[in-house]
Design a protein around this ligand. Structure first.
Ligand code: UD1
Length: 367
């Protein structure tokens, strides 16, 4: 059996790493021969957005690197398709595994199905119901053409059913990203990031912000700068800045001024980042994955978005969905830091074994 797994952007690496490990383990135990190749589209290419993750997540060098880089959505998606088609024609895999909701996910799944190759979508069924988000379009399209849909939370089962997807394609397996979190948290304990950034456990706010709706316009960036300035009067903040946010700050000539309480950094590697999450008193974010990781870790998280495609993090987890109201966010942040916290639970099947479940299902259906 030959499988190609696709990675492209930062949130993909930690999802493919446990699948890679589970396939290797399965081969060792069962004696089955599975050729598992990794294709990196190069959607993300900076050292700190890509290469560092391969090293830290114990992933081998990708078998294929498409070197796509940035561009408009159409350019990026089309270039990935053209290059990925060459890989598929040469390798003729039995299955392509795609994860998450980035442009690489839809580009590679569409290329594969056009060649009659089966596709497994890991993290299927999530819906924000906001079609202005590029990821929502990627999710809907990828799910509608995939053969295996691996779902992380109950809302995904309902969404896929409502969209008329045949039930026998859908599998509730939990979350591979949590597999990585559980597996690497021990290793992250050795991180010296708190010392390097002069931070004390449970005594700082971790901020990430990179959604187009928050950072592609001047008003959104000004709101963010005001919020950080206000919160940093009383609290320590660490803010690793995503390339999209950095480019837009430069474009609008805006400055995020360092002060003793506000630490602005480059994007941070996986182990240091999960250690920063694990020890934060509060996380402020617009990321998808961080809402889930903070729920697993039981860390309070304010999400600055109007919708979430991951409702379990609000329903049972520690996520506070506050829309784009930065004044409300400041107020809520203070309340949380004063001890008014939301207690949370770990969602079902977020137990570190999702990749094993996926591999079992794939093997039983494909052999
Ligand atoms: C992409 C995903 C988003 C995900 C995010 C995580 C899509 C539609 N969006 O958004 O869902 O949450 O990744 O990071 O796929 N850039 C660099 N260096 C890099 C990577 C990007 O400079 O290593 C620049 C690009 O050239 C571009 C900007 O950052 O100008 C945005 O990159 P892009 O891949 O288009 O989308 P993201 O905003 O990163």
């Amino acid at each position: 059996m030959k499988i190609i797994s696709v990675v492209g952007a930062r949130p993909n690496f930690m999802k493919v790493a446990p699948i890679y490990r589970a396939i290797n383990n399965k081969q060792k135990i069962s004696g089955l021969s599975i050729e598992h190749l990794i294709c990196h589209t190069g959607q993300h290419y900076d050292e700190k957005m890509s290469r560092i993750f391969f090293e830290e997540l114990e992933l081998p060098k990708p078998d294929f690197y498409l070197g796509i880089g940035g561009g408009s959505h159409t350019e990026q998606t089309a270039r990935i398709m053209l290059e990925f088609e060459k890989v598929l024609l040469a390798e003729k895999p039995d299955l392509v595994i795609v994860v998450g909701d980035v442009n690489s996910t839809i580009a590679c799944s569409l290329t594969a199905v056009k060649l009659g190759i089966k596709v497994a979508h890991v993290e299927a069924g999530l819906r924000s119901f906001d079609r202005s988000m590029p990821e929502e379009i990627n999710r809907i399209l990828t799910d509608s053409i995939s053969d295996f849909l691996f779902v992380t939370e109950p809302s995904g089962l309902i969404n896929l059913k409502n969209e008329g997807i045949t039930e026998n394609k859908i599998h509730f397996v939990g979350h591979v990203m949590i597999d990585s979190l559980i597996y690497f948290l021990k290793k992250a304990e050795k991180s010296s990031v708190l010392k390097e950034l002069d931070l004390v456990k449970n005594n700082y706010i971790l901020v990430t912000m990179h959604r187009p709706s928050n950072v592609d316009n001047e008003n959104g960036l000004n709101d963010l700068i005001r919020l950080l300035k206000k919160l940093s009067e009383k609290h320590k903040i660490v803010f690793p800045v995503h390339p999209r946010t950095r480019k837009n700050l430069e474009k609008y000539n805006l400055n995020l001024n360092h002060n003793t309480n506000l630490k602005i950094t480059e994007p941070i590697g996986y182990l240091d980042f999960i250690w920063l999450m694990n020890n934060a008193s509060l996380i402020l974010t617009d990321s998808g994955g961080i809402q889930e990781e903070s729920t697993y870790l039981g860390i309070q998280c304010i999400t600055l978005r109007k919708t979430t495609e991951r409702p379990i993090t609000v329903e049972v987890g520690t996520n506070h969905l506050l829309g784009d109201d930065f004044i409300k966010a400041e107020k809520r942040a203070e309340e949380i830091l004063n001890g008014n916290i939301k207690s949370g639970k770990i969602p079902d099947l977020w137990d570190g074994k999702s990749s094993e479940r996926i591999v079992e299902i794939l093997i039983s259906e494909l052999t």
